[in-house]
Design a protein around this ligand. Structure first.
Ligand SMILES: [Zn+2]
Length: 192
């Protein structure tokens, strides 16, 4: 049976690397994996997923209003799709996560989603909330805090490295603007 997977973590746990490795494994077996990434993230140039260790692959972009079940049905008609991989899946809408469950349940195509669980305020993203509710398998990709504990929180920092507690949920950055820390150091950084 095809299943929906949610691979979640804090920042810099190697999500994109893991996604690209999975895609490669499908291709190696002569199969046709399709990668989606959020149109919001153009760090690697539009339509690419890249990892910090230098791997890169082309990706389909998804925008907030797209019906992903319809998109996958159309692709599947021109060439059989064997797997859907979604990068930055925290940016999926609740409706899009449901559409991806239809890909699993009606088309019997596995869907592997990779993204953040919570934002820098410690709150669930819309896509992550829906995935926690609907995915068949939840898999945590671990990264560590500077103290050695598991990092399950993300702090956003300003240019001077000071943690900031409010602002828009969505700002695409790199290592310089987000830091993964344990819950204890998250509280300390925000003076909680
Ligand atoms: Zn810590």
């Amino acid at each position: 049976m095809a299943q929906m997977y949610f691979y979640y973590s804090a920042m810099n746990a190697g999500k994109s690397t893991t996604l690209l490795q999975s895609s490669f494994n499908y291709q190696e077996r002569g199969m046709n994996p399709v990668i989606f990434t959020a149109a919001i993230d153009d760090r690697a140039g539009v339509g690419y997923v890249s990892s910090r260790i230098g791997l890169e692959a082309q990706a389909e972009l998804y925008a907030p209003g797209d019906d992903l079940y319809v998109r996958v049905c159309e692709m599947n008609q021109s060439e059989k799709v064997d797997c859907i991989l979604v990068d930055e899946c925290q940016f999926l809408s609740k409706a899009q996560v449901y559409q991806l469950t239809e890909v699993v349940d009606k088309l019997r195509v596995p869907v592997l989603c990779y993204g953040l669980r919570t934002d820098f305020r410690g709150e669930l993203f819309e896509g992550s909330q829906a995935l926690l509710a609907l995915a068949d398998k939840l898999v945590e990709l671990k990264t560590i805090c500077h103290c050695g504990r598991k990092a399950n929180m993300v702090i956003r920092t300003d240019a001077e490295g000071n943690a900031i507690a409010d602002g828009d949920q969505v700002v695409i950055g790199g290592n310089e603007r987000y830091v993964s820390v344990c819950r204890k150091h998250y509280k300390e950084a925000l003076g909680l």
